[in-house]
Design a protein around this ligand. Structure first.
Ligand code: SF4
Length: 248
């Protein structure tokens, strides 16, 4: 009974969080790719780097006329690595991109619609079998390029959820995802894809602008009304007094 009440409260707060973030930022129209293929490439390039670096790498690929599956796959790995250099870890990411392209081109004829065909669990498994594609990358591809209902969890989600008491700090990816899915599935299916896409984007924006690792800016953050009461009390204090008093 107590657990059910806590789950219902968390679900209400998670739905309210979207209202608050959306009110502040408007609809964010994420992911900024011109094609589903560009979204998939961006999902691999964005691992461990800021989006502005990904944009520079993608601009290089476009300038080289290589942002198509066959053309990208035909590039030697060293040339691919040079083009995506601005995204950082470029040798690793070139290898990961090629692993993805190998499956896409050799097993699915370069056709993303074929790669994404099937139920979400099957397609997710297909992506996770590719070397270098973990849950966050797979879910980003599924949600933003494949129109699959697969909620994306990232480091910002983890931090915000932990600070608000919506999940333990050491919750697994799957646990965080389950909590989001169970709280955010009331929206009718036809609107849910957009809702989940924008929800993740709003968490990223909130995390990036306010929920910083070392210096959270709670006083200005749209999610401040949803802080646990003790944290809310302290959130107007200057950092690090605030951190010592509330956020672990
Ligand atoms: S900055 Fe503060 S109010 Fe905003 S999400 Fe982080 S912990 Fe919550």
């Amino acid at each position: 009974m107590v657990k059910a009440l806590a789950t219902a409260k968390r679900a209400r707060e998670l739905r309210r969080a979207y209202v608050l973030m959306r009110r502040r930022f408007g609809h964010l129209h994420w992911w900024p790719g011109e094609t589903p293929f560009e979204v998939c490439v961006g999902a691999i390039l964005t691992q461990n780097t800021a989006w502005s670096n990904v944009e520079r790498a993608i601009a290089n690929l476009k300038a080289a006329g290589a942002l198509e599956a066959d053309k990208l796959y035909a590039l030697p790995e060293s040339q691919l690595a040079a083009l995506i250099r601005p995204a950082g870890y470029f040798n690793v990411k070139a290898r990961r991109l090629r692993a993805f392209l190998r499956v896409l081109v050799e097993e699915f004829g370069g056709d993303l619609a074929r790669l994404f065909a099937g139920d979400t669990a099957t397609v997710r498994g297909r992506l996770l079998d590719i070397s270098g594609i973990g849950p966050e990358t797979a879910d980003s591809m599924l949600l933003y390029a494949g129109s699959h209902h697969s909620f994306v969890v990232d480091a910002y989600t983890r931090r915000i959820f932990s600070r608000h008491g919506w999940a333990p700090e050491d919750a697994t990816y799957e646990e965080l995802q389950r909590r989001c899915v169970s709280a955010l599935s009331r929206t009718p299916l036809r609107a849910r894809l957009d809702y989940w896409q924008d929800y993740h984007a709003q968490l990223v924006r909130t995390g990036n602008r306010f929920c910083r690792n070392r210096e959270p800016r709670c006083a200005e953050c749209p999610l401040r009304p949803l802080l646990p009461p003790k944290s809310r009390l302290f959130s107007a204090l200057p950092f690090p007094m605030y951190q010592r008093a509330s956020i672990k």
